[in-house]
Design a protein around this ligand. Structure first.
Ligand code: TYM
Length: 327
């Protein structure tokens, strides 16, 4: 195994806008865990991004802590991974400002997330408009080579690449153009209504819900009215799609056969899915409880992670300040 200096840098983050769901888990978080040995991983809570939707201090503080606990619970090892919140890195805003001056308003208006909000009649804040630029700073400051995310973040990573090219051309920096790491089969995890699972669509299955909450959400998965004995197409079926992410090869094959031949009712399939999710999260819940009971340990992990990133951020900004003529 190479030392952390030789490993490529991985950076990713999640907003603190509410309970994480299994779309977040399979789309992004599971990759963080799977890749933590291979990369010099930097995983943070995008709590400043969250201000674009959460404007209640106590709530944001709680949700930020919850994301950190979720990270530790899924198996991110603080000995290997640099864990932090954006709050630790004020240099992010200096870099955001410099990046702001390198891009144009029409270019930034192309961002899907911003266009979606606008199309829903929401008058976007300047912060929401600038969201992709802060995201670019998140990625560039720790020196990311790769950014594991779900499909919905592809455009943001592409925008980061363009900003990096622009900054390198204008100021002669040598920032790395990061690659998005998107796992095809989990790029868009469906929610209980078959659309992309998303808190804003109210179609989520919570990752750290109670058994009852998980079961209730799974039982709410929308299906057609085929009877248990009728053959069904597993490929167009949300229950099967989600089960395929979790169950063993044999279990998946058995559900597929049951659907294809007939005999697998939706109710039974939902029960199997709920059981599989609960089984998957049980050890994670135990780890979550361990860290929840040790707030000082969690604070120390965040402080150490934040200090590490800040040290590098200081060097990066000292160089860029010189190149931009600010000092
Ligand atoms: P956020 O907080 O909305 O989502 C966190 C991660 O979960 C993925 N995801 C999904 N993947 C597959 N299927 C789904 N249904 C699904 N729903 C969510 C998202 O793609 C994401 O990877 N802008 C980011 C946060 C961010 C960030 C960054 C990410 C801020 N700075 C720098 C990477 C690098 C966001 O809103 O993700």
């Amino acid at each position: 195994m190479s030392s952390s200096q030789e490993k490529q840098v991985l950076v990713s983050g999640i907003q603190a806008t509410g309970r994480l769901h299994i779309g977040n888990y399979f789309g992004a978080m599971k990759q963080f865990v799977d890749l933590q040995d291979m990369y010099d991983a930097h995983i943070f809570v995008a709590n400043y991004h969250s201000l674009t939707t959460v404007q209640d201090g106590a709530l944001l503080r709680k949700q930020t802590r919850d994301v950190v606990l979720d990270y530790l619970a899924i198996g991110l090892d603080p000995q290997k991974v640099t864990l932090y919140t954006q709050t630790s890195i004020p240099e992010l805003f200096e870099l955001t400002w410099i990046f702001n001056t390198l891009v144009t308003v029409p270019w930034l208006e192309r961002a899907h997330a911003f266009k979606d909000k606008e199309s829903k009649g929401i008058e976007p804040s300047v912060g929401l408009f600038d969201y992709p630029i802060l995201q670019a700073a998140d990625i560039v400051l720790p020196g990311a080579h790769v950014v594991p995310v779900g499909e919905d973040q592809r455009q943001h990573i592409e925008m980061t690449r363009e900003i990096v090219r622009k900054c390198n051309a204008v100021y002669g920096t040598s920032f790395i153009e990061p690659q998005a790491l998107i796992n095809d089969h989990v790029a868009v995890v469906p929610g209980i209504d078959g659309q992309k699972m998303s808190k804003s669509y109210n179609n989520t299955i919570p990752l750290f819900g109670t058994d009852q909450e998980i079961t209730k959400a799974v039982m709410g998965i929308v299906t057609d009215s085929a009877l248990p004995d009728e053959p069904k197409d597993p490929e167009t079926n949300t229950i099967f799609k989600l089960y395929s992410l979790i169950a063993s090869v044999d279990e998946i094959a058995s559900m597929r056969q049951g659907f294809l031949k007939g005999g697998m009712g939706y109710g039974d399939a939902k029960k199997l899915l709920a059981q599989a999710i609960i089984q998957m999260v049980t050890p994670m819940r135990e780890r979550r409880a361990y860290y929840e009971e040790r707030p000082d340990l969690v604070d120390a992990i965040l402080q150490e992670g934040g200090a590490r990133v800040r040290e590098r951020a200081g060097q990066v900004m000292a160089d860029l300040r010189k190149k931009a003529g600010l000092v």
